[in-house]
Design a protein around this ligand. Structure first.
Ligand SMILES: C[S@@+](CC[C@H](N)C(=O)[O-])C[C@H]1O[C@@H](n2cnc3c(N)ncnc32)[C@H](O)[C@@H]1O
Length: 295
């Protein structure tokens, strides 16, 4: 197993932040599985979540599909709920996606879910070799759903919301502390936002079809809640950032103060755009059936 880059974040505040964030993401389209994914008619349904953390997504999906076999794995299982509280159709395994894919998972799953994975690729690593592993674990016709924030578009004005637009006419220009700190975090930790902006292209290159890059602005009901999550994340990142780069740390502290002022004094809030990249592995059997039915 490779080094566990995520270890520094696996603390009580981070664990609760991740759980809170899960419930916010669930609000985006009132569910866990992207609405374009259809699993209802499938026999022997198998669903996997990798880098599952607290496994809330996998737990809820196991309850939604009681006949499915659901598997959740992570490089570290410290956030996993106790076995007595887990649905009986959910199994848990320790696995790093930098390791070899176990034989039993090759071509095994109807749906694979991945969420918020930029951090383990710190140092501007290319996620494509890992994407190929995920694709290798799909059944023909199986779906890959990969959820991330839209890191590359973080500077777009529409991620802001303002109490009084007359008082703050151009919040994305005058109150760019949130955007600046986002960039500072990406640069300091070497999170590969440019690769992640191309996820949908990488899906197509990896042979997935019906690829979608669905971006959703957090709706009003949870916009402020996403802002609070973002603020909590920055607060948690600050000491780590300072330890990595003193100059970046000094700038980040000023920016955090500015973000607080922006919200408290000027009513400027920011919530990042979320994106759902979905693709489907080619199903040669159904293609052949379709062709036969047309002949
Ligand atoms: C930001 S958290 C996201 C957790 C969960 N997917 C969610 O949406 O709440 C990133 C997760 O990736 C896991 N992780 C980091 N490196 C990993 C690796 N090499 N293989 C598997 N999981 C890894 C961490 O342990 C952590 O649970």
């Amino acid at each position: 197993m490779e080094t566990d880059e995520y270890a520094i974040w696996r603390t009580a505040p981070d664990a609760s932040r991740l759980c809170y964030q899960h419930f916010l993401w669930r609000e985006l389209f009132n569910g866990n599985i992207h609405p374009s994914i259809k699993l209802e008619d499938r026999q022997g349904l198998r669903i996997a979540e990798f880098a599952a953390g607290h496994c809330l997504w996998a737990m809820q999906v196991a309850q939604e599909f009681p006949l499915a076999a659901v598997e959740a794995s992570d490089i570290d299982l410290n956030l996993v709920p106790p076995s007595s509280e887990r649905p009986s159709n959910l199994s848990i395994a320790k696995w790093s996606f930098f390791d070899r894919v176990p034989e039993k998972w090759l071509g095994a799953f109807d749906l694979i879910h991945i969420r918020l994975l930029i951090q383990p690729f710190a140092g501007f690593q290319d996620p494509r070799p890992v994407l190929e592993k995920f694709v290798s674990m799909l059944k023909p016709g199986g779906y890959l759903q990969w959820d991330e924030y839209d890191y590359a578009d973080a500077d777009k004005g529409h991620v802001y919301s303002v109490d009084n637009p007359e008082h703050v006419p151009n919040p994305h220009e005058t109150h760019n502390s949130s955007t600046r700190i986002w960039q500072l975090i990406m640069d300091t930790f070497g999170w590969p936002q440019e690769h992640f902006a191309k996820l949908s292209t990488y899906f197509t290159e990896a042979g997935l079809e019906e690829v979608q890059d669905h971006k959703i602005r957090p709706p009003p009901s949870v916009f402020r809640a996403f802002h609070e999550h973002w603020y909590a994340l920055i607060a948690q990142l600050l000491p780590v950032l300072e330890a990595k780069d003193v100059t970046a740390g000094i700038e980040a502290r000023k920016l955090v103060t500015q973000i607080r002022e922006d919200s408290q004094r000027h009513g400027v809030f920011s919530a990042h755009i979320t994106k759902f990249v979905v693709g489907r592995k080619r199903d040669d059997k159904s293609d052949a059936r379709l062709l036969r039915s047309k002949l």
